[in-house]
Write a protein that binds this ligand. Structure first.
Ligand SMILES: Cc1ncc(COP(=O)(O)O)c(C=O)c1O
Length: 360
């Protein structure tokens, strides 16, 4: 019998979520973002499942793109951070990796004669994230420079990235959209603005190219209910099984540093999952855990390989009973809040020692 901790990856849910993204994109295209091992879901399996339907895929860096090519993925792959060296540029040119161009060095390098075919460039404009990209007032000149270079393929995409589209009440996104529209007015090129919250919640952000990531994995990027986000289906079920059950008397504690002490006679189930698997160590007492489909509460510190759960009020719990850390009936977002983080982070952190099992 193997350690029962697994991440079950439901590819049907993934395809459903991609279909929703594509529907929202309307006449535009939806490029699935599969960086960081497809947000912890397994980049190769996710890319293989989506490839027949998608125009291209997006990753952060060339290592991630090469991994997908080596696995047989043939569609274009956009490197969201662009390239870091001339060598990467040469590889990109031969491998049909598309390049985000976000600084002067990349701009000069891509326009200089390089080995290989012309590369596809996306021009990143900084409309307020202030992380990467050219100033809005530079957009027309830089576009011109890219367009006149024989090293750059004809279709150049104008792109920007939102800082707070997950906040549906902030007008910052509206200002970013307006600034983007102003500085690209008169340039006859396709545009790309929307990430998941942009695509789901900001119709005016939808454009020729859209870059959904988080939503594809089935969770809402918003903290409030949203009608489109409610259609999403969780792709990952992080599950395990009870490995031990014991009774504690009043006054007995559980786990490292005795951070939880029984205030009543208590039954504790031990589950073989911990921060070494990606379960967040900062998850506080009372973080929900599903045991046999019933909600129970995490108690005591999360260890590297185990957690402990108060099952006193549940129907009798036995060794081997099913435990869900997050999935369809317990959102990763809810667990994330209990660990003072976001669903993006906890899914991305599911460790490699956890086998990913795909279901079709
Ligand atoms: C440039 C860019 N586009 C798109 C995405 C996808 O964002 P999300 O996962 O919120 O859909 C990211 C993710 O961080 C990104 O950096």
């Amino acid at each position: 019998m193997a350690r029962p901790t697994r991440a079950i990856i439901n590819l049907q849910a993934l395809r459903h979520n991609y279909q929703l993204a594509q529907t929202l994109a309307g006449a535009g295209r939806a490029m699935p973002i599969v960086k960081a091992n497809a947000y912890g879901h397994g980049a190769i399996n996710v890319a293989r499942a989506l490839e027949p339907k998608v125009p291209a895929l997006g990753v952060a860096c060339i290592e991630e793109a090469v991994e997908l090519r080596d696995a047989g993925i043939r569609k274009p792959i956009l490197l969201l951070e662009g390239f870091f060296s001339e060598e990467e540029l040469a590889v990109a040119a031969t491998q049909n990796f598309w390049l985000m161009v976000q600084n002067e060095w990349q701009l000069d390098a891509i326009c200089r004669p390089h080995r290989g075919k012309p590369v596809v460039a996306w021009l990143k404009i900084d409309t307020g994230m202030h992380r990467l990209g050219f100033q809005p007032e530079q957009a027309a000149d830089i576009y011109q420079k890219l367009q006149s270079s024989p090293q750059v393929a004809d279709e150049i995409v104008l792109a920007t990235h939102f800082a707070s589209a997950d906040d549906l009440h902030s007008d910052f996104t509206t200002r970013q959209i307006e600034l983007f529209q102003q500085c690209t007015r008169g340039i006859a090129a396709p545009c790309s603005l929307a990430n998941s919250p942009g695509l789901l919640g900001w119709p005016e952000a939808r454009a020729e190219w859209n870059r959904p990531g988080f939503m594809l994995y089935g969770h809402s990027p918003f903290t409030e209910p949203h009608p489109e986000a409610e259609k999403l289906k969780a792709v990952m079920t992080f599950r395990s099984e009870v490995m031990a059950v014991r009774d504690l008397s009043i006054g007995e504690s559980v786990g490292y540093a005795n951070t939880w002490t029984a205030q009543r006679p208590s039954r504790i189930a031990t589950v073989p999952v911990g921060y070494g698997d990606g379960y967040p160590r900062r998850a506080e007492n009372s973080t929900p855990v599903l045991i046999n489909g019933q909600r129970a509460k995490l108690v005591g510190r999360v260890s590297m390989d185990m957690i402990t759960v108060d099952v006193t009020e549940l129907d009798p719990v036995n060794i081997g009973d099913e435990v869900i850390l997050w999935g369809e009936n317990l959102s990763a977002n809810e667990v994330a809040v209990c660990a003072d983080t976001i669903g993006y982070e906890i899914m991305t952190r599911v460790h490699n020692r956890v086998p990913r099992i795909t279901t079709q």
